[in-house]
Design a binder for this molecule. Structure first.
Ligand code: ZN
Length: 65
C-alpha cells in the first residue's frame, strides 16, 4: 500500500491543486483563516488568498490555475 495515496492531501483553495502540507509548511506557503490552515502551491496563490480570502469561499468560485 502506498502511504502517500492513503493520506488526504489538502487542496490549494485558489487553484484547486493538491498540496503536500509538509512541503508547503516548510516553504511558508500556509495561511490561517478563521482557525483553519490552508496550504498553497506557491507564493502567488498564497498572496491572492490573503488579499481576499472570502472570494475563494464563494459558492460560485471555481478554482483554476
Ligand atoms: Zn495554487
Amino acid at each position: 500500500m502506498d502511504e502517500l495515496q492513503m493520506r488526504p492531501m489538502p487542496t490549494d483553495p485558489v487553484c484547486g491543486m493538491s498540496v503536500n502540507p509538509e512541503i508547503a509548511s516548510a516553504q511558508g506557503l500556509t495561511s490561517e483563516h478563521e482557525g483553519v490552515t490552508y496550504y498553497f502551491c506557491g507564493r502567488g496563490c498564497k498572496l491572492d488568498f490573503e488579499e481576499d480570502p472570502g472570494k475563494y469561499f464563494a459558492a460560485d468560485y471555481v478554482p483554476s490555475m
